[in-house]
Design a protein around this ligand. Structure first.
Ligand code: GLN
Length: 484
């Protein structure tokens, strides 16, 4: 059952080949048996999932079911879920139960999806390996000695291991695409503002965007169809009509102009990953696309710009966790200052503290102009590069990450080496563009991701190009040993 597409599962449920309760029990059994070796879930919600599945079965029988009725999914633990813990991977929120559902959670519930649980993640979504989680690292199902990527590492590993049909993720600098690449799944980060951020715990508000990790572009389209759309509760939500992503999957590739930025194939890229990416673009050429070289001259500046902008915004967003309102509070504070200091020192891990310190530094008087303001200016140049490129090409492609999954612990002592993992994904967030990662030929048995970047609100185009590629290839069907 776990290898079926979402459309197949939905059809089976309607034909009563099995019920959603049976499907949900099947996934819960897989999670109980297989997840102890992966740690991809922070919490599993067996009882509520079975209740939702029963409800979906009744709705299917009554003919009132939504498009995702009875399909078992998981949410990254950054989305608020009423009645179910939302930790954001942090000790700070270890006991936090949100009083409401995030819009994304609400919409997927309204479509009938069954929530199996909440997936592990880097603390407050800061990381590229899932090792900054308070709940311990996630292991990559393709090789448990390696990282799954991050910060949506739990969602990526759970989808790759077939522990859920799809999972939500968030992407501030690559956190959907990079773990999708490292775990061999399909991930899409929509245009900034396409999915509501309401109820999604904020990291860097001008960059954060919700999206989907699934086993194929077609599955991702089924979920994104239900997630995307305007939300008056999010002031940055885009009031732009959402096309039907499933209906657009079969768009022709012939004549599609694909640009390969030369900056995405330079030093630092593993040659075998490059070869695999080139092989994939050749396949797209065979399908009728026109592939050419382009340049995004300011893209080498995206990592330094991001590591000014993202920490600045995070230092402001995370100021709310002060031990007073909600979240972790230290024992027996002596006075207010002691309460703030110890609650935050105990509640936040090392990487989060590092970012808060960088953020407050770049925003402080005397440094603001030199760092924050300058970074914002370069951010514009980076976005302009993309607009120039989109005058010549329809989709930009390249590697999602410079290497395959690295061993657990390999980069934990070197934050800059860790940050460089997102070198190809970050510029997209700085510009607010949609990006996607799909599996291509593996290297030494480890997955490799091809990144697709589109112009604003062109998720349908990315999904259809990915779908055409996946109809012609089989990389997305491969399952890790022991999880088939
Ligand atoms: N890895 C990047 C970071 O650590 C991006 C994280 C993300 O997209 N949430 O900030």
């Amino acid at each position: 059952m776990q290898n079926k597409s979402i459309a197949e599962m939905a059809a089976d449920l309607r034909l009563r080949s099995y019920s959603s309760v049976e499907l949900t029990r099947h996934y819960l059994e897989r999670i109980a048996r297989l997840d102890p070796g992966l740690n991809s879930f922070i919490s599993v919600a067996a009882e509520p999932a079975l209740a939702a599945a029963e409800h979906a079965d009744r709705a299917i029988a009554a003919g009132t079911a939504g498009p995702l009725a009875g399909i078992p999914i998981a949410h990254k633990d950054i989305f608020c879920t009423s009645g179910l813990k939302t930790s954001c991977g942090s000790r700070m929120l270890d006991r936090f139960i949100a009083p409401y559902d995030a819009t994304v959670v609400e919409r997927l519930a309204a479509a009938g999806a069954v929530v199996l649980g909440k997936t592990n993640m880097d603390e407050f979504a800061m990381g590229s390996s899932n090792e900054t989680s308070y709940y311990g690292p996630v292991r990559n199902p393709w090789d448990p000695t390696r990282v799954p990527g991050g910060s949506s590492g739990g969602s990526a590993a759970a989808v790759a291991a077939r522990l859920c049909a799809a999972a939500t993720g968030t992407d501030t600098g690559g956190s959907i695409r990079q773990p999708a690449a490292l775990c061999g799944v399909t991930g899409i980060k929509p245009t900034y503002g396409r999915c509501s951020r309401w109820g999604m715990i904020a990291f860097a508000s001008s960059l954060d965007q919700a999206g989907v990790l699934a086993r194929s572009a077609a599955d991702a389209a089924c979920v994104l169809d239900e997630m995307a759309g305007f939300d008056p509760r999010d002031s940055t939500s885009a009031d732009v009509a959402v096309p039907d992503y499933v209906d657009s999957l079969d768009e022709e590739i012939a004549g599609l102009r694909i640009g390969l930025p030369k900056e995405y194939f330079g030093a630092g890229l593993d040659g075998r990953v490059a070869a695999s990416v080139h092989e994939a673009t050749k396949e797209l050429e065979r399908l009728g696309a026109d592939v050419r070289d382009i340049s995004l001259p300011n893209s080498p500046l995206s990592v330094p710009v991001y590591y000014v902008v993202a920490p600045a915004e995070c230092s402001s967003n995370l100021a709310r966790f002060d031990g007073v309102r909600y979240g972790h509070r230290c024992e027996d504070p002596r006075d207010l200052e002691d309460l703030y200091k110890r609650s935050r020192a105990e509640g936040f891990g090392a990487e989060v503290q590092r970012r808060i310190m960088i953020g407050t530094y770049v925003l402080s008087a005397g440094y603001y102009d030199a760092y924050y303001l300058k970074a914002q200016k370069i951010r514009h140049l980076i976005a302009d590069d993309f607009q120039r490129a989109f005058e010549e090409v329809d989709v930009i492609m390249g590697p999602t990450a410079p290497t395959t999954a690295f061993p657990l612990g390999a980069k934990m002592d070197d934050p800059v080496a860790m940050y460089l993992n997102d070198i190809y994904t970050i510029a997209t967030n700085l510009a607010g563009l949609p990006g996607m990662s799909i599996p291509v030929a593996p290297v030494d048995g480890l997955p490799v991701g091809l990144q697709l970047i589109g112009n604003y609100f062109q998720e349908a185009r990315l999904l259809s190009v990915a779908h055409r590629f996946q109809r012609a290839t089989h990389w997305h069907l491969a399952a890790p040993e022991g999880f088939q």
